[in-house]
Design a protein around this ligand. Structure first.
Ligand code: PCA
Length: 217
């Protein structure tokens, strides 16, 4: 019997004055009830430039996963978004949890301007929709700590671990975060269901779907 595929799933600690981060809440639910047939390991990353990548890279080295899926909060988005592109720049609108606010700094000075996610992003979106939940491809992960981690992971894969698959998923606010704000949210249990669907699709899809998921702006 071949060994189970090894999946590293990460979420983030709260940031920006929030009490919770739904990415970690959803990852914790997946940890408690993982999809069938996977060896799952979860890590909560610091919302801090540099440190978050150090934590992620250490977890990759310790756990030696076949798939890494990083998850973060994108407050204001209405659906699960599977990120297509990681860009080589830190440009923070707010300070991170360590008080750092880099502006226009490269993540990897010798790295390319951007990487496409080493993940079948369209098949992942289709899998979430198949589970009855809203999802789309996102063309930008921003320029804060999530993009920093996504680029760091993509760079590690490109330069050292070509057989590893990896990607980034942003989740909306949880309902408890928007009780007094007219902003979109999704129950954390639905996010967890979507993440399980993405893990399965990412592990089983050889060639990504060729369907339009672009944006006009
Ligand atoms: N979201 C932030 C960083 C941590 C998180 O959960 C982002 O989108 O960059």
């Amino acid at each position: 019997m071949s060994p189970l595929p090894r999946v590293l799933l990460t979420g983030f600690e709260p940031f920006g004055g929030e009490d919770v981060n739904p990415s970690w809440q959803a990852v914790s639910l997946v940890r408690d009830t993982p999809p069938d047939g996977v060896d799952l390991h979860t890590v909560r990353l610091s919302c801090a430039f540099g440190t978050a990548n150090d934590e992620l890279h250490a977890a990759v080295r310790d756990f030696t996963p076949d798939l890494v899926l990083c998850v973060g909060q994108a407050g204001g988005r209405p659906d699960l978004t599977v990120e297509r592109v990681a860009v080589n720049v830190d440009d923070a609108r707010i300070p991170d949890n360590a008080g750092n606010q880099p502006v226009d700094e490269p993540i990897a000075p010798d790295g390319p301007a951007a990487y496409f996610a080493p993940l079948p992003v369209k098949a992942c979106v289709a899998a979430v929709r198949e589970a009855g939940l809203p999802a789309s491809v996102s063309q930008t992960a921003g320029t804060f700590v999530c993009n920093h981690v996504f680029y760091g992971l993509s760079h590690l894969i490109a330069t050292e671990l070509p057989l590893l698959r990896g990607g980034f998923v942003h989740v909306p606010y949880a309902p408890e975060q928007v009780k007094d704000r007219a902003l979109p949210s999704l129950p954390v249990s639905a996010m967890a269901d979507g993440l399980r669907a993405i893990i399965t699709a990412a592990l089983t899809t050889e060639t990504d779907l060729r369907v339009p998921e672009g944006a006009t702006h």
